[in-house]
Write a protein that binds this ligand. Structure first.
Ligand SMILES: Nc1ncnc2c1ncn2[C@@H]1O[C@H](COP(=O)(O)OP(=O)(O)OP(=O)(O)O)[C@@H](O)[C@H]1O
Ligand SMILES: [Mg+2]
Length: 331
């Protein structure tokens, strides 16, 4: 598969106030701190990691919703980090986002029709019969009855609101959709419906997804490949099968071991769902030296405290940044 998007050395530092009550200083919060990532055309790349590790920031950088501190993003053959506002607006058509909290993302004073139509109007369409037809088609695609078009967000359930959010993101027929924890705020029973809908729409419309989630359980079915993020860095990326069969970074192993077990027979045997990673994620204001995971890693070695491990292949399409991993086999 060809690359639809390529990120090279992507960095996002937020300038924040830190320090005690008397001495406050401005410090760089390293939300994303040097990420190389490829998203292939037509795939779903899962992106997982604990809260605060930089997933949303990375997702937003990739589609240039926020400007990067350093690094480049090449989308569909075009470098987008340095685009002028006008060129950026044109490029944005092809890159959309679905948010975690559909209620927060929808304007409560706009009807469903207005909400879904708005991106078309922003991009120069007129309020015509044709535009309304496009909304009709979109409602049908996301499984909402046409009769809902004049209703308002508060009249819907969480799952239905997320369908509206998806319709709004897809009306411009983008190539890439960043799904930022699109099911995390929903009831478990509704989560699968929305994941299945996204999966069906991907097939119908030939979409490419970056699918962000906290844990490896959610992305397992929908992903083609999975990237694992820790404190501003991608520490492992692999084809789905390879990642779940041979997780190579101790952090990935820990994440995998903490996936909640939903099957009753396994739950009874006490399998899974152990909180295996000791301690909290360190602050992005002062990340640990060397390997950022060394403060919590059960296999920490002296080298981990001093040298940052580089990404190395451990198999075909499987890269990991860990000193435990010897350089990969010749390929
Ligand atoms: N606008 C901002 N200004 C300052 N710091 C920010 C800003 N946005 C995010 N951060 C910080 O950047 C880091 C990464 O945040 P981000 O939201 O990308 O994490 P995340 O992995 O998406 O977390 P979650 O799983 O909770 O959504 C966090 O430390 C966060 O506090
Ligand atoms: Mg987030």
């Amino acid at each position: 598969m060809a690359a639809l998007l390529e990120a090279i050395g992507l960095v996002k530092h937020y300038d924040v106030e830190a320090g005690g009550f008397f001495r406050r200083t401005r410090t760089a919060l390293r939300a994303v701190d040097g990420v190389d990532l490829t998203i292939r055309s037509g795939e779903t790349l899962g992106l997982v990691g604990e809260s605060g590790c930089g997933k949303s920031t990375l997702g937003r950088l990739l589609i240039r919703l926020i400007p990067a501190t350093a690094g480049q993003v090449v989308f569909d053959g075009q470098e987008i980090t340095g685009l002028s506002p006008k060129a950026l607006r044109a490029a944005r058509r092809a890159m959309q986002i679905v948010f975690q909290d559909p209620f927060g993302a929808l304007n409560p004073r706009m009807s469903v029709e207005e909400t879904i139509m708005e991106p078309l109007l922003i991009h120069g369409a007129r309020r015509s019969a044709e535009t309304r037809q496009a909304v009709t088609r979109m409602l049908d695609m996301v499984g909402l009855p046409d009769s809902t078009r004049y209703r308002f967000p508060h009249e819907f359930s969480g799952g239905q609101r997320q369908r509206i959010g998806i319709a709004r993101a897809l009306i411009l027929r983008p190539k890439l959709v960043v799904c930022d924890e699109p099911v995390s705020a929903l009831d478990v029973s509704v989560q699968a419906q929305i994941v299945n809908l996204l999966s069906d729409l991907q097939g119908e419309l030939g979409l490419t997804y970056l699918f962000i989630a906290h844990d490896l359980g959610v992305v397992k079915h929908i992903s083609t490949r999975v990237a694992v993020m820790y404190l501003g860095k991608v520490v492992e990326v692999a084809d789905k099968r390879s990642l779940y069969a041979r997780p190579s970074h101790p952090y990935t192993q820990a994440l995998l071991a903490s996936v909640p077990v939903t099957h009753p027979s396994q739950r009874k045997r006490g399998v899974g769902a152990q909180p295996v990673i000791a301690g909290d994620i360190p602050t992005a204001l002062a990340p640990p030296s060397g390997c950022r995971f060394h403060t919590r890693c059960p296999h920490v070695m002296p080298v981990c405290r001093t040298d940052e491990p580089a990404m190395r292949p451990v198999g075909t399409g499987h890269d990991v940044a860990c000193h435990l991993v010897a350089p990969g086999p010749p390929m």
